[in-house]
Design a protein around this ligand. Sequence first.
Ligand SMILES: *[C@@H]1O[C@H](CO)[C@@H](O)[C@H](O)[C@H]1NC(C)=O
Length: 368
Amino acid sequence: MKKRSNLKDPKSLHDTDKAKKQAGKKRTVEKKLPNGGQSSSGWSRRILKAFLGLCVVYVSVPVILRLFPGLLGHVLYSHIFRVPFLVDLSRPEDLSLNHTVNFYLTSEEGISLGVWHTVPDTQWREAQGKELAWYEESLKDGVPVIIYLHGNGGTRGVSHRVGLMNVLTAAGFHVLSLDYRGFAESTGVPSEAGLTTDALYLYEWVKARSGRSPVCLWGHSLGTGVATNAALKVQEQGRHVDAVVLEAPYTNIREEGANHPFGKIYWMFPGFDYFFLDTMALNNVIFPNDENLKTLNTRLLILHAEDDGIVPFHMSQTLFEIARQAQGSEQRVQMVPFSGSLGYKHNGIYKDARLPKIIWDFLRPLVA
Ligand SMILES: *[C@@H]1O[C@H](CO)[C@@H](O)[C@H](O)[C@H]1NC(C)=O
């Protein structure tokens, strides 16, 4: 631009030779500068642009979330990531679950939920070619039934979830694994109340068929809040869930939000509370494990890996203290920590060879 305006400047055309020479010199100097400068200033401009772009994104995310709180649900539940891809969840046998039935429950009008029921491994031969009715009947066999409530993101087909099902059914338990509304092929949109309703519906469905078999709610990560919410609802109706297992639980979603790696990117952001944490609270997203455990009177087992980078280990210690105080019993409230040296992190506790014994020790007293 500058060069062009210089050339077009009529004054320079009518100048003296000296002036012309000087102008020429100036022009060559100018010519050199923009060339040499173009690469360095071009680079710094590009870096500046990238930096400004990042700043815009960084600042926009909280503002957009505050303006469109529904999007926060997408961040929190991450249900649109239907991993693993290319897996037909209606064919659990493709994931070598050869003694599993896939079925659908309607927890509310218009809400269809995908569920798997895997019988204990000892029954795998018998289970071949059996229909849902046979599986329903098997729930009465007196063996503990575990209802698995998974965490956010992905489906019941995610490898660590299938891994846990394999461990628990090999140990001799029934396992039912649910995809809440909006997850996998389940219809509807996730919400805290909705997820709780779905879990409760499956619990009641099982209880209507399980006879004297103990029924245990097992929540992992986000699912721990679903588990304690549902267990408390049952208690409010004057009954009790037989047992609850919380794997990698958080105190409440507000504190978890501030401790989550995503939250940590933003913890210095002015108004972090306002933009993220208050937005969740305003939308009735609380998942208050800590409050729930103050009144929940259910056998409780907490499992947590010390090297968990998603939900910090200390949250389980807090919950353990709350539950111990509330129930005043070493028998009914237990916690098993897993050393950081084992490397289980947030999803890997199912790999521990002691797990079958830990779960049997916890559930055996309930078997009639
Ligand atoms: C079916 O599953 C059981 C339990 O996981 C396993 O022991 C068995 O080998 C499997 N059978 C076949 C034919 O894959």
